[in-house]
Write a protein that binds this ligand. Structure first.
Ligand code: BG6
Length: 449
């Protein structure tokens, strides 16, 4: 009782589409493929060529879906996945609406997944939400952020709320600062045109990093239900201290890798940032005064996404010789989102020997060793959740608007005051010197790559 219909402008037969699906499965799917399952899946694929703006495309889609309903038992339940350019999101939804393809009735469900970027700033995000609401109820809209589909991101909730030992320490009394990073080794590849309009603040910070931050900093929700979790995440975004023209230069550092300007479809004078480091604060009881450092960029030394809670130093060290002032490394809890998925805790240990020498050691949980096999692809989980009607891992309207509300003044500031000195970091490096200076100013260092 399942079928996939691919719709795009490119003319193609269903057979050619199936061949492409099979090829892609082999090329991109990690792990073993069950040939019988792959056959069954590919057999259920159909293709329809058409212009997104033409009503005829949607009339043909309606006929095709009706035929599939009777041949495959799909009962009129449709999940429309808009993996389209963002400029046509509203058009496609209006056309689906006009063709009667999103109306829910008689127990059948109709849902729409909207890809990112969801708007380019607060104004356009508000406008897009309004457009979508002309044809859809909020409960039918699934705004996707693939970070939320990552096992390790979901495990932040489990680590915090299924254990009793972390939560009592998870606050300003014990946490000195928090680091969240999403570092990539790849550049913009062939997405120069998209990236020129987006830049790192819209591409990663507004969505992926703020989603992770919300999960790390939220209060325990009343239940594990979608809305209770999303309401707590929203409160985190609402407590983000706003940055204005006088505080932005001190708290936000941008970078661009050398060579970006010669990527395809990139302007030779581009000031689009490919790197950002930010110091942010949450004005609430739990986190007041705890700096949260966000760092993300392309073409860096290492691919690494992780969250680290750096705990406060001990008040007094009892160890070390009287003539040597011993510095003990504070505890750090690190959630490695990718790669080498896992969780590690750094703590002090006695180094074997006759002296009371103390050094840091790590307790390390690795997903691969513990559970065997790679964690599933984020998109697999999210598409399945959308089919099941579980919106927990999708962004709610108010949260998307709130994140744009916070970041839009920063975007505007840099539009009016383009960052000077770009490009400012080498491919394969750890990022610009100014990002290190941001932490040195607070007498801190980024975790070493
Ligand atoms: C996407 C961004 O949302 O996330 C890309 O548009 C980025 O620029 C990608 O490369 C990173 O995702 P992942 O899962 O590889 O960390």
């Amino acid at each position: 009782e399942f079928a996939v219909v691919g719709v795009a402008r490119e003319p193609m037969t269903s057979d050619a589409f199936r061949a492409r699906m099979r090829q892609s499965l082999e090329e991109f799917r990690t792990g073993d493929i069950d040939p019988a399952l792959a056959d069954a899946l590919v057999r259920r694929a159909r293709y329809l060529a058409g212009d997104y703006t033409a009503p005829a495309t949607y009339a043909a889609l309606r006929d095709l879906l009706a035929e599939i309903d009777s041949s495959s038992g799909t009962k009129g339940n449709y999940l429309h996945y808009l993996a389209t350019p963002p400029t046509v999101f509203a058009t496609v939804v209006h056309q689906l609406g006009a063709a009667g393809l999103v109306a829910e009735a008689d127990g059948r469900w109709r849902r729409v997944i909207v890809e990112k970027p969801f708007g380019l700033d607060l104004e356009s995000a508000l406008a897009l939400n309004q457009e979508l609401r002309r044809d859809l109820a909020e409960s039918q809209i699934y705004r996707i952020d693939h970070y939320l589909g990552k096992e390790t991101v979901q495990n932040i909730l489990v680590l915090r709320f299924a254990n009793s030992i972390f939560e009592p320490l998870w606050n300003r009394s014990y946490v000195d600062f928090i680091e969240i990073c999403a570092l990539e080794t790849v550049g913009v590849e062939r997405r120069g045109e998209f990236y020129e309009q987006t830049g790192v603040l819209r591409d990663i910070v507004q969505n992926h990093l703020l989603e992770v931050l919300s999960l790390v900093a939220m209060e325990p929700p009343t239940t594990g239900g979608a809305d209770d979790i999303r309401t707590e995440k929203l409160k985190v975004l609402k407590s983000l201290r706003e940055l204005w023209s006088d505080t932005i230069p001190r708290n936000v550092v941008l970078g661009q890798y050398r060579g970006y300007r010669s990527e395809p479809d990139v302007s030779p004078a581009s000031v689009t940032p490919t790197y950002a480091a930010l110091r942010v604060f949450l004005d609430n009881w739990r986190w007041q005064g705890v700096p949260i450092y966000l760092r993300t960029g392309k073409k860096l030394k290492q691919r690494l996404t992780e969250v680290s809670l750096h705990m406060r130093p001990i008040p007094l060290s009892l160890f070390g010789r009287s003539d040597v002032c011993e510095h003990l490394d504070p505890n750090v809890l690190t959630i490695r989102i990718q790669p080498d998925e896992g969780i590690s805790l750094r703590f002090a240990s006695k180094i074997p020997g006759n002296d009371f020498a103390v050094g840091p050691v790590n307790m390390d949980m690795k997903y691969l060793e513990t559970f065997g096999g790679e964690p599933p692809e984020a998109y697999e989980r999210l598409l399945l959740d959308a089919m099941r009607g579980d919106a927990t891992l999708f962004s709610r309207r108010d949260a998307v608007e709130q994140s744009w509300k916070w970041i839009t003044p920063i975007l505007r500031y840099f539009e009016e005051n383009p960052p000077a000195g770009l490009p400012n970091y080498d491919p394969g490096s750890c990022g610009p010197q100014s990002a290190d200076d941001l932490l040195h100013h607070d007498r801190r260092e980024w975790r070493e790559l």
